[in-house]
Design a protein. Structure first.
Length: 163
């Protein structure tokens, strides 16, 4: 799928189509994201929302039945990486969506800090992310994870190599 990545395209109605394609790519082409059951939505402003359902195989503490800390960290890392990728597209550092995927293959998490605030209890969870700063080589994102009752479970800051 070839999408021309220029400012006009990103500012008009095609932006929603591009963001939907990016979200679908993260959902379907990253096997780990499929295993965790992530449903990804991107907003016009580049913010991201990732949701998933609690399942028995995501439990970390079998006595309490709360979400595993690795799943919490992974969801925050994925949503942070996603907003970093969108920032890369928004900066016009790539001209075609396929070039963006090539750059994605070289992206990586440089640093990830997670603050676990409460046990991951709930039936479903939503991780959100927004970009704090994006340069030519590094992007920094802020992420939060809430449960289905709106309780803040964890927050994170991630630094991602994008160049």
């Amino acid at each position: 799928m070839h999408y021309q990545m220029n400012q006009d395209l990103l500012e008009n109605g095609d932006r929603e189509q591009i963001l939907a394609t990016v979200a679908k790519t993260f959902e379907e082409r990253v096997p780990f994201n499929r295993i965790l059951g992530f449903d990804i939505k991107l907003q016009r402003d580049g913010a991201a929302k990732l949701s998933f359902q609690m399942r028995d195989d995501l439990v970390g503490n079998f006595m309490r039945g709360n979400l595993h800390g690795g799943v919490i960290s992974s969801s925050l890392d994925v949503v942070g990486g996603l907003v970093a990728f969108v920032a890369l597209l928004d900066q016009n550092l790539v001209q075609l969506f396929d070039e963006g995927l090539e750059r994605f293959s070289k992206m990586g998490t440089v640093d990830l800090r997670i603050d676990f605030l409460r046990p991951g209890l709930g039936r479903s969870f939503v991780a959100t992310g927004s970009i704090l700063r994006a340069g030519r080589r590094i992007a920094v994102a802020r992420m939060e994870l809430h449960n289905d009752s709106g309780t803040l479970i964890a927050v994170g800051t991630g630094t991602y190599s994008i160049g």
